[in-house]
Design a protein around this ligand. Structure first.
Ligand code: DCP
Ligand code: CA
Ligand code: CA
Length: 366
């Protein structure tokens, strides 16, 4: 594709306050009120999301529920019901497929659509986005927002500009000035850590970012530097991928109480290993690499891996044998553990298996 002449039409759709909106839809007494979906405030639970009414109090995803309660004591706390969210997620994906064959779900509540070639000939991308939002509402009674532009980066950033129930179009002629004025915090693909690093060296917006050349950015940020260089110039040639390949299978869990009890730790790892093995079996996958993840009481996180030369990891016992060896090599005694994870990667698939949407089960407690 010609770098300077990217003539695609990309739409990014993202549901508004997704879990919270589903709960308000299904229980009208919650409508118009500050509600928090997630763990209860008197456990170690976290906020999955909250209604827009609750956001006014400063509550947001991944915040401790106890803190959310302090910010807004009158907020109503609702336990997540993942089966309802999955149903709505499937419904919106079916709608997307009516518009294009090139649909890439990015998580449970959002997707990219490449509508350069679409199934509703002769209609502009903006009109298509309007139709999709209307159809989502008619089918699910939920609202979504859309971003329309010529690449994924711009479409994704745009969908967030006019929430809820809004459409933002970034025309190619406006893209450069839009990016120049965009705060780094809003850049899709720049996480909190990188944002902080950029702020420290005075990169606050797209224009600041553009002042650095490619070599400087790569020396500061590694491979991602090239991506930053390109997006600051409105260039993002990543295709919309309707067939992403699964890269790993993993399970992790936050413990209800931090522990250094080795027997308890082994039991939990056995349970996680069993779950991972079941998924591998179901998908008929084997892997070469086993990884143990540990987060300590002080939030320090480590991962330890073993890679075999062959695809040998599918069965529970085989995976567990290596997990136990990895566990033997890590320090536990003086630092209690708050989270454990097991994953198998380097999979043998050439499958066109869709990546399962990541469901943040941080709140799972055993
Ligand atoms: N989610 C979660 N834990 C997180 C982030 C999100 O459980 N740390 C869940 C709850 C959200 C859903 O994923 O409803 C979608 O996440 P979004 O980031 O798209 O947030 P929302 O849809 O809730 O709000 P917005 O309207 O800002 O998109
Ligand atoms: Ca959303
Ligand atoms: Ca989302």
């Amino acid at each position: 594709m010609n770098k300077t002449l990217d003539l695609r039409k990309i739409i990014h759709i993202d549901m508004d306050a997704f879990f919270a909106s589903v709960e308000q839809r299904d229980n009208p007494s919650l409508k118009g009120k500050p509600i928090v979906v997630g763990g209860s405030p008197n456990s170690r639970g976290v906020v999955s999301t909250c209604s827009y009414e609750a956001r006014k109090f400063g509550i947001h995803s991944a915040m401790a529920s106890s803190k959310a309660f302090k910010l807004c004591p009158k907020a109503i706390f609702v336990k997540p019901d993942f089966s309802k969210y999955k149903t709505a997620s499937d419904q919106i994906r079916n709608i997307f497929k009516e518009y294009s064959d090139l649909v890439e779900p990015l998580s449970i509540d959002e997707a990219f659509l490449d509508v350069t070639q679409n199934k509703k000939n002769g209609v502009s991308a903006t009109r298509l986005a309007e139709q999709i939002l209307l159809q989502i509402y008619a089918t699910t009674q939920l609202t979504a927002s859309a971003g329309v532009s010529y690449n994924k980066f711009l479409a994704k950033v745009a969908s967030d500009m006019n929430k809820p129930n809004g459409i933002t179009v970034i025309h190619p002629s406006k893209a450069i000035s839009f990016i120049e004025n965009l705060p780094i915090r809003k850049f899709f693909g720049i996480g909190k850590v990188t944002e902080k690093k950029m702020h420290q060296i005075g990169i606050l917006n797209g224009l600041d970012l553009k002042r650095y050349n490619k070599i400087q950015l790569i020396s500061m940020f590694g491979k991602a530097g090239e991506y930053y260089y390109n997006i600051s110039r409105g260039i993002d040639l990543r295709p919309v991928n309707s067939t992403r390949i699964r890269k790993s299978v993993g399970k992790e869990i936050t413990l209800q109480y931090d522990t250094s009890d080795i027997v308890q730790i082994q039991n939990i790892l056995q349970t996680l290993t069993k779950q991972v093995s079941e998924i591998l079996n179901k998908l008929k996958l084997t892997g070469k690499t086993v990884t143990l993840k540990i987060k300590y009481h002080d939030f320090k996180m480590i991962t330890r891996s073993t890679t075999s030369s062959a695809f040998i990891f599918r069965l529970e016992n085989e995976i567990m044998e290596y997990i136990s060896q990895l566990l033997n090599k890590v320090q536990i005694k003086d630092n209690k553990i708050r989270l454990l994870g097991v994953s198998v990667s380097n999979l043998d698939n050439e499958l066109t298996e869709l990546v399962q949407p990541y469901l943040p089960f941080n709140d799972l407690v055993i």
